[in-house]
Ligand binder design. Structure first.
Ligand SMILES: [Zn+2]
Ligand SMILES: [Zn+2]
Length: 329
């Protein structure tokens, strides 16, 4: 295996393990924390044949076995973080910890009664997504099921919990916007933040509007960034890319990035009313595969919804009576 797969910090008590996932992200950062309470795995990654093999190699390199795992912690419900939790639990018997809200999202997305796939298709076609993408959506959504199987038995963590891992006590911080019920973990004395996808270096975390989930995700994301910016952080361990030291600055840059995008949409709509897809195509282009198009459409809708919340944009029915258009108030 490549030596870069595992990086270690702080007397080897915190190890970052890169687990492969689909492009464009390519890998998710899992963390293995070693302490007197045992081994804690944070965000084990998506469940695939490849990730199973990578963990076997990582366990060997770290000199641990599944039986040493005392806890599995999930920052948020996305398949690249939560997906393998049930599999890890089946190997180790360890409890899986996540927030109640994040657990609710797993059921909304993949539960037996989930209607997400139909609702998402209706939402996107109402917002003008061309048929060529709409018809790819059901199979694309189905493709995540294997990545989140088997389903773990979950124990809830909240901000009131003080959680011990890596031989120290962490403060869970619940935020939303990127994912409802997202937990970051802050160690006060050493000013370490394990931040999942709440704040990422280089990448702007996706902020998606999804039917039945957070009705105003961009507003929630901005409030969350503001909340996280209040913590003094010497090093942040993110869910993707590399650990970074400019956490506070990064939260402020992300807020600015979204404010600028909102302004850009207002300027576009000042020219003419547009469908969600038309706004999306200007912001993100339309040379996108279905995976990126889904993120682009839902991120565009999150922005337009924020402008509606701010009283700057209104929604009306297009001339075909089947598509919505957005225009300035
Ligand atoms: Zn995520
Ligand atoms: Zn992620």
């Amino acid at each position: 295996m490549t030596t870069e797969r595992i990086q270690k910090w702080d007397r080897e008590e915190i190890a970052l393990v890169r687990i492969s996932m689909a492009p464009p992200l390519r890998w998710v950062n899992s963390y293995v924390l070693r302490g007197d309470e045992g081994i804690t795995i944070i965000d084990p990654g998506p469940h695939t044949n490849v990730s199973e093999g990578e963990w076997r190699e990582a366990f060997a390199e770290l000199g641990i076995s599944a039986a040493d795992i005392s806890a599995i912690v999930v920052t948020h419900h996305h398949p690249d973080h939560y997906g393998m939790a049930g599999y890890m639990q089946s190997l180790s018997g360890a409890p899986v910890f996540m927030s109640e809200r994040a657990h609710e999202e797993t059921r909304r997305m993949w539960g037996a009664a989930s209607t997400m796939n139909e609702e998402l298709l209706n939402l996107y076609s109402r917002n003008g997504l061309p048929e060529a993408w709409c018809e790819q959506l059901p199979a694309h959504m189905e493709s995540f099921i294997s990545q989140v199987t088997p389903v773990p038995e979950v124990t809830y963590l909240s901000e009131e919990s003080r959680f011990r891992m890596g031989g120290r006590i962490w403060l869970p911080i619940e935020t939303g916007g990127h994912a409802p019920g997202h937990l970051s973990f802050y160690h006060t004395e050493q000013k370490i933040m394990i931040c999942g996808d709440a704040v990422l270096p280089q990448i702007s975390p996706n902020v998606s509007f999804l039917p039945g989930s957070d009705p105003m995700p961009l507003h929630t994301f901005m409030v969350s960034l503001d909340k996280l910016s209040a913590f003094e952080v010497d090093i942040a361990f993110p869910g993707h890319r590399n650990p970074f030291i400019y956490f506070g600055e990064r939260t402020r840059l992300l807020i600015k990035h979204h404010e600028e995008r909102l302004e850009r949409i207002v300027n576009m709509l000042a020219e003419q009313p547009m469908t969600g897809y038309e706004v999306c195509a200007v912001l993100f282009g339309n040379e996108l595969g279905i995976h990126q198009m889904r993120f682009a459409m839902s991120e565009t809708l999150a922005h337009v919804i924020e402008l509606i919340r701010l009283g700057q944009v209104q929604i009306s029915e297009g001339s075909d009576r089947q598509t919505d258009v957005f225009k300035l108030v």
